[in-house]
Design a protein around this ligand. Structure first.
Ligand code: HEC
Length: 117
């Protein structure tokens, strides 16, 4: 028996979920997952291709800027994860709906929108 709260011998402590060091590798599987999660969580406002023309916007919600118009710093995956977690201007925080893993998969997908065919 080991005292509770200690890690088993040989295990690597995992960073606090929410630390920016938790970024997973952008594998094809991660990007595929990101595409699907984006369609569920973001496309209603940001549009299927990130143009800022989703169905909610067509019903009068303020339009987000097209992702392709953002500069490099604004499209960095870690920054997009931050926006998902904490919100940005009129966009509300979505950490409750979008879990940590999906946040990263969506961020990798979004950061490629408009720059790759
Ligand atoms: C309810 C509509 C809505 C949803 C859902 C939504 N957004 Fe947004 N988003 C907005 C609006 C509106 C803005 C612009 C906010 C502002 O500038 O005041 C925005 C801004 C952003 C920005 C910042 C753009 C900039 O100017 O730097 C990012 C990144 C972003 N959204 C990503 C996402 C992602 C990823 C998701 C899905 C997890 C998502 N959004 C879901 C409405 C939404």
């Amino acid at each position: 028996m080991r005292p509770s709260g200690t890690l088993p011998e040989g295990s690597v402590p995992r960073p606090f979920p929410g630390a920016s060091t938790d970024r997973p590798a952008a594998s094809p599987a991660l990007l595929a997952r990101g595409r699907v999660a984006y369609g569920a969580f973001c496309a209603p406002c940001h549009g299927a291709s990130g143009g800022g023309d989703g169905s909610v916007v067509q019903r009068g919600f303020p339009a987000p800027p097209p992702f392709a118009s953002l500069d490099e710093a604004a499209r960095a995956p870690a920054r997009i994860v931050d926006v998902i977690r904490h919100g940005h201007g009129r966009m509300r925080p979505m950490a409750e709906q979008v879990g940590n893993a999906d946040s990263w998969s969506i961020a990798e997908h979004v950061s490629r929108m408009g720059t790759e065919p």
